[in-house]
Structure formats: C-alpha cells, structure tokens
Design a protein around this ligand. Structure first.
Ligand SMILES: *Cc1c(COP(=O)(O)O)cnc(C)c1O
Length: 398
C-alpha cells in the first residue's frame, strides 16, 4: 500500500489523539527511515529520544529475536531472569538499589508518585502526600501524571485533577522552598526539561533543591524518561549536576524502542512497596528486558557516551554557526544530544519543510527546535541536516 492509502485508512480507524504528519515509516536503519513510498528520511527526532542506538540496532534485534523464540511473557508471579539481570545492570551503574518495571514513562512516574506517598505516609502519617513539580514540566498522560505536569494544555478538559500537586517555576530554588508545607512529601523534576522546551537549569540549582529536600525530609524524584540512557553523554543526566536523587524514572530509550518503564530507588524508600501495593502485568517481561539489557550493554561497551558528548558538541557548534546567520534564532542550548534551538518565530512550518526535504525535525513548546537524534548520528548526517536547515531558514520571512 502507498502512504496515501495508509493515511486514508488511518483517518477511518485511528483516534485523532495526535496531529500526525503525512509520513508512513515502514523501515529503519541507524539514523535513516524509509516510508511506504520508498522515500528516505534523516531522523533527528529518534522516535522522540527513544531510538538512542538508531533504528533496528543489530544487538537489540538479535536480543529480541532470540528471546522471542525462548519465552516472550510469563508473569510477575514468578522470577524473571532477564528482569533481574536488567535491574542489576541499572543499579550497578546508578545511585539506586532496587528497580520496579512497567511499560512507559507515565507508568514509571505513577510508580514514583505512589512510592513517595506510601513511604511518606508510613513515615510521617496520612497528611503527608503533596508533591511539588515544575511549571512547563512533562510527566505523562495518565491522570496522576497529568496532574503532576505543569502545562495547562495537557491538563485542560480533564478536571477534576488528582489532588496534591503544586507547581513552581523551574530553576528557581527560592520558589520551591516557599512552596514546601508540612504536607509536602516529594519534589519531582526533570533534570533537563524536554517537552517544556529543552530547559537546562543553572549550576547550583539542584544542590539547592537537594538541600531543601534534605532539610524538610522530602524525597527527590528525577524524571529521566527523556534524558536518561546516554542522551546527555552520561548514562543518567543527574551525573552532570553533582546531585543524587532518591528515586529516578526511566523509559523512552531504555529498551531500544521496545515499550518499557522503570522506577529506580534507594533501599530505604523502595522498602515501602510490599506485596500487593503496586504491580503490572507486562512490566519487565522477558522480551522487553532482553531488549533493554542489549541496549544498556551496547551503550556501555561501544563508547556511546563519549561519542555522544563529542558529536553533541559538534552539532551544537554547527547549529550556533547557522544561527548567527539568522536573526530569528535566539539561542542554542544543549548537553550531549539533548539540544534545543530557541526561535523568535513558530517552528511548525520549518518542521514541515524539513519533512518535504527528507529530514525529520521537531518543534516543542511552539518555538524551540528540538534535536534528539540517535546517539550514533554521524558528522556527515549532521552536515546534511544543517545544509537542509540552512536552505529552509533562508526562505523564512520575518
Ligand atoms: C515522554 C515523557 C514521559 C511520558 O512517557 P510515556 O512513555 O509517553 O508515558 C514522561 N516524562 C518525560 C520527561 C517524558 O519526556
């Protein structure tokens, strides 16, 4: 079937939850995608920071194929070797002692919210349940994570929201401290805001946040769903900020494109979950964990982190050089391959023109071009994208 035929059928059968572009990808390799009409695209969105190893990385494909032939799913009523091995890998490369597995970023954050409430109730009593999050944050689309998210456009239409969330400006420790009450149990933040426009906090912010949490006995939850798994040039983004959270959530890139979510915590907090308090049917099943083990090992064994730091600096440099030519480019900000280019104009048309010229671009928060390509992107692929972007920028009339 052609792309047009697929789109016609989609209109008939798929709910309109997304403003989908008229592109029908059917095959991928590395940073490249091909659509149903055989057109090739350079992918600078990477499945929204999911395809960190590129599309169909051979080690992930092999792990999935072999595990699929062995055992796809059993149940969390039983012990699952792949899940145990993945938990050991993640704990031994992070601050955490224990892992809980689910199927998405929102679910990982749900687990974190439930664990923070359970721990705080056990320790301080039932009034201690409020969680402070940031304006412009994004934590997911379930009711609890929509309530946690600091964006009106995500919350609109779904009142009443879950009670007990307070939002404060990101990167403002004084505002955070002022919002703490005797009912506050936790602070939940993205180390770098993704959907909110690639917002990087200033040096010292997270030290202050940690101090406030320690002083008031609050759990610090880092939502690393988008920035974890090597995206910033370190395995986890918190490593850049010289701060250690109590709970961390992961999802997007963790299993190389297979759906997974994970909540990691220190023993002291993890102990609040006992049999019957939380669970998931699919969470951490053999198939997805095999894919995740292959993904994590590949990141660790193939020099992906150093390469991300290096190629990220190159991309930031090229974007800065390009930006100097165009007055509507306000700034370029990024760590590793988590990069935003702030514009003084809406980015939607630029993205559409990118598609027409064979490059998948992305705009978030209306005016920020977000670059989150696979971490295996080459300088040559970056040069091709920059050339195309230059051509698009040259046509912008302001
Ligand atoms: C994508 C994202 C989520 C939601 O993940 P889903 O898998 O879509 O539920 C949560 N937090 C952050 C920071 C994200 O980028």
């Amino acid at each position: 079937m052609t792309s047009d035929q697929w789109i016609e059928k989609s209109d008939k059968y798929i709910m309109k939850t997304y403003g989908r572009y008229p592109i029908v990808p059917v095959r991928g390799e590395g940073c490249r995608l091909w659509d149903a009409d055989g057109r090739e695209y350079l992918d600078f969105l990477g499945g929204v920071a999911v395809n960190n190893l590129g599309h169909c990385h051979p080690r992930v494909v092999k792990a999935l194929q072999e595990q699929a032939a062995q055992l796809i799913h059993c149940s969390n009523y039983y012990q699952i070797p792949q899940q145990i091995e993945l938990a050991e890998l993640l704990c031994s490369h992070s601050f955490a002692d224990k892992a809980f597995f689910c199927n998405s970023g929102a679910e990982a954050n749900e687990a974190a919210i439930k664990l923070a409430r359970k721990y705080s109730r056990d320790t301080h009593g039932p009034e201690r349940y409020e969680i402070i999050t940031a304006a412009d944050s994004f934590h997911g689309r379930t009711m609890a994570t929509v309530s946690a998210t600091g964006q009106e456009k995500v919350q609109r239409f779904f009142d009443p929201l879950l009670h007990g969330f307070t939002h404060v400006p990101f990167n403002d420790a004084a505002a955070l401290e002022a919002a703490v009450t005797s009912n506050t149990c936790a602070v939940m933040l993205e180390p770098i805001q993704g959907e909110g426009g690639v917002n990087i906090p200033s040096a010292g912010y997270f030290q202050e946040v940690r101090r406030i949490c320690d002083q008031h006995g609050l759990l610090l939850i880092f939502d690393e769903v988008q920035v974890g798994m090597g995206r910033t040039g370190k395995m986890f983004a918190y490593e850049h900020f010289d701060v250690v959270p109590d709970i961390m959530t992961l999802a997007k890139a963790l299993a190389g494109g297979a759906p997974i979510g994970c909540m990691l915590a220190k023993d002291r907090f993890a102990a609040a979950f006992v049999p019957g308090t939380h669970g998931s049917t699919f969470g951490g099943n053999p198939l997805v964990c095999a894919a995740a083990i292959a993904t994590v090992r590949t990141i660790l064994e193939e020099g992906i982190l150093n390469r991300t730091e290096e190629i990220g600096e190159y991309l930031v440099g090229e974007l800065e050089t390009l930006g100097k030519k165009y007055p509507f480019v306000k700034d370029v900000r990024g760590i590793g391959l988590m990069i935003g280019m702030g514009l003084s104009i809406p980015g939607a048309e630029i993205v559409k023109k990118g598609h027409a010229r064979g490059v998948l671009l992305n705009v978030t928060h209306d005016t920020v071009l977000r670059f989150v390509p696979p971490l295996v992107v080459t300088k040559q692929e970056i040069n091709t994208m920059i050339g195309i972007l230059d051509g698009i920028f040259a046509e912008v009339e302001v």
